[in-house]
Ligand binder design. Structure first.
Ligand SMILES: [Zn+2]
Length: 221
């Protein structure tokens, strides 16, 4: 007697993509959910996700129009910067679903970066880059009438990127009295330790988080 094995032929990539397309056609939709696929297709959605990892990735290959707007990495990371400034401390994944903090939902970050932690990891490199012109070369000037004036290498106001660097180091706590500046950006002051008027530069080492009260008290000294 001869044994015969029945071997199931693997579904080809082409067959999977065609199946997604045909279900989209059948339902007249430009985007379909896993549920809709399983209710209408001859193959199971798990076959699709095993092959392509993420459902949306398979949809994109099949030419689906996803409702999610496409954001560049720059846009996604810049939005974390805004959320960090608004909250004063590291935003959580849930914060990204809070419209007060973030214009882009956490799901978009998870799709792009895999995990929220990985998104934050990219953000740390992003924020360390100096793209906002916080420092520039000192201008050589021959203007002798101006020789007593202080020449700064930096702009007076820190960029958002630099503000986040200060927040990453100090948290949202006042470096003088220790109060938590919980009212968002309104209560936080980015103070020049050596005052700008005395030649202090706008660099991380010369900036600190102060609450409104301490900032005002320092200003009156
Ligand atoms: Zn204070």
């Amino acid at each position: 007697m001869e044994f015969k094995l029945t071997k199931k032929e693997p579904v080809t990539d082409e067959a999977i993509i065609n199946e997604i397309k045909s279900v989209m056609n059948k339902l007249g939709k430009k985007q379909i959910t896993i549920k809709e696929f399983d209710a209408n297709a001859s193959i199971n959605s798990s076959t699709v996700t095993r092959r392509y990892g993420k459902w949306n990735d398979a949809l994109i290959i099949a030419g689906a129009e996803l409702s999610n707007t496409f954001y560049s990495d720059e846009e996604l990371l810049s939005n974390i910067k805004d959320a960090w400034l608004k909250k004063g401390i590291q935003p959580t994944r849930r914060d990204m679903d809070n419209k007060d903090y973030s214009a882009i939902s956490s799901g978009t970050y998870l799709r792009r970066f895999g995990t929220w932690y990985k998104a934050l990891d990219c953000f740390v490199s992003y924020i360390a880059e100096n793209k906002d012109g916080d420092s520039f070369e000192l201008e050589v000037t021959n203007d002798f009438t101006n020789r007593t004036a202080i020449k700064h290498k930096t702009k007076r106001d820190p960029s958002d990127r630099l503000k986040v660097q200060v927040l990453m180091r100090d948290g949202n706590k006042c470096r003088i009295c220790g109060a938590v500046c919980s009212g968002g950006l309104h209560n936080i002051h980015f103070d020049h330790i050596i005052p700008w008027s005395k030649g202090g530069e706008t660099v991380l080492e010369n900036l600190q988080v102060l609450c409104s009260a301490c900032n005002e008290a320092k200003g009156n000294m």
